[in-house]
Write a protein that binds this ligand. Structure first.
Ligand SMILES: *Cc1c(COP(=O)(O)O)cnc(C)c1O
Length: 441
């Protein structure tokens, strides 16, 4: 499999090159040159397959010759060694819980897969690879955890000061070793702008072998497809599910659509957004207008210019009317999100996190007239992705439910550790200056 740049200037590359480069030299995102088809037989027998078997079968065509099958099996095994349960909230709505990994958010899968691929590609090299990543909350923790101790890889994470939750901040600032956290006085978009400028900077590229671990990297983006196969494996109805995906940079939902184009039965996709509504507005007006980020309680989705949306358009050959047949997008306010957390807890004793709540609300809104008690096999039902554990957002969730969330053992230890970050203004020049003298390379 080759990958081409969506800007169409740079040459096609292998999976290995696309992973190492992150972004094409012409600044385009890499995109697979063809979409593999998953056989019907695969779906007929999917209930008997293990997560590893599904993972290897789905990822093999993308990885191609870059990674031998035995190594891919090992990588998949380490990537998906936790549960992805589909939990029934009511007749109409099922939660696909993606927060059972080490940092309690769905980004663990992409980060683990990518780190192990890079480790493999680096096996015979002398120069270190430096991973640069901007995070609005969960990416940082997942990347830090996924790359911790991987030989030959240094990780620099930029996060917006005071705009991530305490658990999120601890997850990305307490690891040490090959992980450095930069606390930026600014927004996620500021962090992302610095990272983008760094990739374009001639001096930095002379000294460092830079790569990105943001969801634009194909090694992070592509394995997210697996969630949708695992959900389908557990889906109790004959009718295909509607998927509602809490979306920020649109990597996760784009991977779901890729799975659908490969053959996965899906009725409809809903991109569930918070007040950052660039995509819902685009579907309404046909005008794509990036906006300044609005801070919300579902902060991992506070993105004013979603990088992966361009890949979704490419999947539909830029045909908006084709896209609209299977894709809708909703914007959900903070007030509605809080009310949803409260209602769902009262009615169904299920604790949503703010991101999952946006997904749940958009799903119910889409299912529309279907009264939940009548939903199900005949009247339609769907899956919303629960993308983070509610304990990552304790203030919002506890205020809405009136109930204390038990802290899982896996984060308990964080509260005894010391935050270590480098504080910086939202200035590329300051960042470059620091990097040139950091001793990393
Ligand atoms: C990153 C993240 C999202 C948004 O995912 P995208 O792939 O960027 O659309 C949603 N929820 C949580 C909890 C996240 O961490």
């Amino acid at each position: 499999m080759k990958f081409y740049s969506l800007n169409n200037i740079s040459p096609e590359v292998t999976f290995e090159e696309a992973t190492i480069k992150g972004q094409a030299p012409d600044k385009g995102l890499y995109f697979p040159s063809s979409i593999p088809t998953v056989s019907k037989n695969f779906f007929d027998t999917i209930k008997n397959k293990t997560k590893e078997e599904i993972g290897v079968e789905v990822m093999q065509p993308y990885v191609g010759e870059s990674i031998p099958t035995t190594v891919l099996q090992e990588i998949i095994h380490e990537t998906v060694n936790f549960d992805f349960p589909l939990v029934k909230v009511n007749e109409g709505a099922f939660a696909l819980e993606l927060f059972h990994g080490p940092t309690l958010a769905f980004k663990d899968v992409g980060a683990r897969f990518m780190s192990r691929c890079l480790g493999y590609f680096n096996r015979n090299k002398n120069q270190k690879t430096t991973v640069l990543v901007a995070t609005s909350g969960d990416t940082g923790g997942a990347v830090a955890n996924g790359f911790l101790g991987v030989d030959g890889v240094e990780v620099i994470i930029l996060y917006p000061s005071k705009k991530v939750s305490p658990v999120q901040e601890l997850q990305l600032t307490t690891l040490g070793k090959n992980i450095t956290a930069i606390e930026v006085e600014g927004s996620f978009d500021d962090c992302q702008a610095i990272v983008k400028q760094a990739f374009a900077d001639a001096d930095l590229n002379t000294i460092f072998s830079l790569t990105s671990a943001n969801s634009i990297n194909v090694a992070r983006w592509l394995p997210q497809q697996l969630y949708y196969f695992y959900a389908y494996q557990q889906w109790p109805y004959q009718q295909p599910p509607v998927f509602s995906v809490p979306s920020g940079n649109f990597g996760n939902i784009c991977a779901g659509i890729l799975a659908y184009i490969s053959g996965l039965p899906v009725k409809h996709f809903i991109a569930a957004c918070n007040s950052n509504d660039v995509v819902p507005a685009f579907l309404r007006t046909g005008i794509y207008q990036p906006k300044k980020t609005i801070p919300t309680i579902s902060n991992a989705m506070d993105v004013g210019n979603p990088s992966n949306f361009i890949r979704i358009l490419e999947l539909f050959h830029q045909q908006l009317k084709d896209l609209k047949k299977v894709f809708s997008s909703y914007s959900v306010s903070d007030e509605t999100t809080t009310a949803t957390i409260s209602d769902v807890f009262q009615q169904y004793q299920y604790t949503l996190d703010p991101h999952g709540a946006v997904g749940y609300y958009a799903l119910i809104d889409f299912l529309g007239d279907v009264v939940i008690s009548k939903a199900g096999e005949e009247n339609g039902a769907g899956i919303f992705l629960e993308t983070a554990h509610p304990v990552k957002f304790p203030e919002t969730v506890e205020a809405a439910t009136g109930n204390k969330i038990a802290i899982p053992d896996s984060v308990q230890h964080l509260f005894h550790q010391q935050k270590k970050s480098i504080y910086m203004n939202a200035s590329f020049d300051d960042f470059k200056e620091w990097m040139m003298h950091s001793g990393i390379s």
